[in-house]
Design a protein around this ligand. Structure first.
Ligand code: CAA
Length: 262
């Protein structure tokens, strides 16, 4: 499906491929307007539904992953318009419906809504050029797509408050130290590294990959006892899959597993 503000492609040599989504509105630093978010949601859901795709990588272009919600588009909004159109909720949370892993590969600016979209992904791989920030306070608002909720869960209250209250940016090294990103690589290695991580995931059994994602996400949405009970149920359920038998037999017979549910 053709998009105006996205480029999509498929990568990988194995039976399951990686779906790559590239935000492509470089003149506006990939500012996220309604159309970009509609297209992003559609592309995410299309890859999620595609049986040949095992993992999704989301990246930016040029100087930015994304510099936030489109300020020019929203500058004249009033409270009634924001409420009536369900601004942000309507098309910003689609990534939460995606069952396959989503990796954000961030180079350059990931600010405001851009940082929030990166944090909606399952993990973030950053280039050394990456800069994260929640500068909404500097334009008279607060983060509206999870910045005040996901950032403290990722980096703790002190750094989250510092960033949300001052609007300062965090570079890639600080983001890795703080736990916001899982790895930092040279800028020219960003896409190869993200696609290699995705390819590793594509080679695993899909039932365990999807349940692993669900279990980790539970950790952020339930008390420990509920999360542990949920994890135990998923752990038990996977003993009902062919992939469990194949994975363990392959380990014991010293061969590469051939997972069935790809
Ligand atoms: N919305 C709309 N346009 C944007 C934009 C945004 N968020 N960010 C950048 N642009 C546009 C600029 O207006 C500029 O357009 P023109 O060439 O037509 O003037 C173009 O992109 C290039 O930007 P700059 O000239 O500013 O480039 P720079 O290299 O000097 O600075 C930057 C880059 C630091 C990212 C700077 O553009 C910037 O601070 N952008 C805004 C960041 C921001 O405040 N984001 C939060 C938005 S609110 C939000 O996201 C709400 C939410 O929680 C969902």
């Amino acid at each position: 499906m053709p998009y105006e503000y996205l480029l999509t492609s498929e990568h990988g040599e194995g039976p399951l491929k990686t779906g790559l989504i590239q935000l492509n509105r470089p003149k506006q630093m990939n500012a996220l307007n309604d159309q970009v978010m509609d297209e992003l949601g559609a592309a995410l859901l299309a890859f999620d539904e595609d049986e040949n795709i095992g993992c999704i990588v989301l990246t930016g272009t040029g100087k930015a992953f994304a510099a936030g919600a489109d300020i020019a588009a929203m500058k004249d909004y009033d409270f009634m318009h924001a409420c009536k159109t369900n601004f942000i909720s309507r098309n910003w949370e689609t990534m939460r419906q995606v069952r396959k892993p989503v990796i954000a590969a961030v180079a350059g600016y990931a600010l405001g809504g851009g940082s929030e979209v990166a944090m909606m992904a399952d993990f973030i791989i950053a280039a050394e050029t990456a800069k994260f920030g929640q500068p909404e306070i500097t334009v008279g608002i607060v983060p509206g797509a999870g910045g005040t909720q996901r950032l403290p869960r990722a980096v703790g209250k002190a750094k989250a408050m510092d960033m949300v209250l001052t609007g300062r940016m965090m570079d890639a090294a600080e983001a890795e130290r703080a736990g916001l990103v899982s790895r930092v690589v040279a800028a020219d290695q960003l896409l190869p590294e993200a696609l290699a991580a995705a390819d590793t995931i594509c080679g695993l059994g899909m039932p365990s990959v999807m349940l692993a994602k669900e279990c980790v996400n539970r950790a952020f949405e339930s008390p420990l006892s509920d999360g542990l009970a949920y994890e135990r149920r998923m752990f038990h359920a996977l003993f009902g899959t062919e992939d469990q038998r194949e994975g363990m037999d392959a380990f014991l017979t010293k061969r590469t597993p051939q997972f069935k549910h790809r």
